[in-house]
Ligand binder design. Structure first.
Ligand code: NDP
Length: 289
């Protein structure tokens, strides 16, 4: 494997990607819609291509990281780009939906290119570390070829199998966990504010319970996968009551009831459906309907 790569897209993330490859001694060819964003990288030895097609032709492997799939599609539609894809390996690190990934993979294959989908789960200044998380999916043989290169960007690669859409889907699933947790955290911050607590201390206390919570999430994931919702310790009924209490307290305090009303409503329906004696994760049975 020759140490060469093309980088298309020099936003906050693309610039860091290009720099990491330069740091590892790669011959890096760059392209960005706004060419002058390449100046500092060219000064460090990168080559600026005159077009996206020229950048693609310069190396076997290209990494693309632009704002979204509309931007990626605009690049795919540029002069000569489709023809330049033949025999290339494109690692698409632009964040998108599972459908975006499937369509981009089909487009790449139609034009003779190998394709990998990647979802970066880190900020630019966290890139290039041994534990930087990067979800990747696509054909096994293509991943095997690209892995050494992707490792330059992120040591913590998780390969999710042959379906290109998997990385995008897992990215969304994990984001869903984060936003759900965040909504609960913010409602808790309102309780803390309302009761006159130090909200920074509340943040520290929540951080302290996260390792236990992380273990609980892993357990509940395994329960859902197994399909066996018989309780091991705490039946869902406890959560039915807890969420009712959070709602009632919000009503009494006169603070926003949006989050607890949503949560308590779901648990109440689960209880009414006869799931109160099962694992908390049995709530997923409602979400499947
Ligand atoms: P930026 O907004 O900093 O950069 C956007 C890039 O997209 C620029 O290179 C821009 O070109 C290009 N672009 C936008 N529209 C078009 C278009 N129509 N045609 C051609 N090029 C276009 O984004 P980031 O670098 O922060 O993010 C890039 C990707 O990385 C996103 O998908 C993002 O979700 C993902 N990501 C980013 C993280 C972050 O913390 N920044 C974290 C994890 C993932 P130009 O310079 O000409 O405007």
């Amino acid at each position: 494997n020759k140490k060469e790569v093309s980088v298309l897209g020099l936003g906050a993330m693309g610039v860091v990607i290009a720099r990491l490859f330069l740091d590892q001694g790669y011959k890096v060819t760059l392209w960005n819609r706004t060419a002058d964003k390449a100046d500092a990288l060219v000064a460090r030895g990168a080559v600026l291509a005159r077009s996206a097609a020229e950048a693609l032709r310069a190396s076997r492997m290209a990494v693309m990281c632009v704002y979204d799939y509309r931007a990626a599609d605009a690049i795919f539609a540029m002069d000569g780009v489709a023809a330049a894809m033949d025999g290339r390996l494109l690692a698409q690190l632009t964040t998108g939906s599972p459908k975006d990934a499937r369509e981009a993979e089909a487009w790449a294959h139609r034009h003779g290119a190998a394709y990998l989908e990647g979802a970066i789960q880190a900020a630019p200044d966290q890139m290039g570390r041994p534990d930087t998380p990067l979800l990747v999916s696509g054909a096994q043989a293509v991943f095997a070829e690209a892995e050494p290169l992707l490792k330059v960007l992120a040591g913590g690669i998780v390969y999710l199998g042959e379906k290109a859409s998997a990385a995008a889907a897992m990215d969304l699933a994990t984001l869903s966990s984060i936003y759900g947790t965040m909504l609960g955290f913010l409602h808790g911050a309102r309780i803390a504010e309302h009761e006159g607590f130090d909200v920074a201390e509340y943040g520290r206390i929540v951080a302290g319970i996260m390792p236990t919570f992380a273990g609980f999430l892993q357990h509940e994931g395994a329960v859902i996968q197994s399909g066996d919702f018989a309780i091991t310790q705490s039946p869902m009924r406890i959560s039915v009551e807890a969420t009712q209490r959070i709602l009632q307290t919000a009503q009494e305090a006169g603070i926003s009831t949006e989050f607890p009303a949503f949560a308590a409503g779901l648990f109440r329906r689960a209880d009414a459906a006869g799931l109160g004696g099962e694992e908390l994760a049995a709530l997923i049975k409602l979400l499947r309907k």
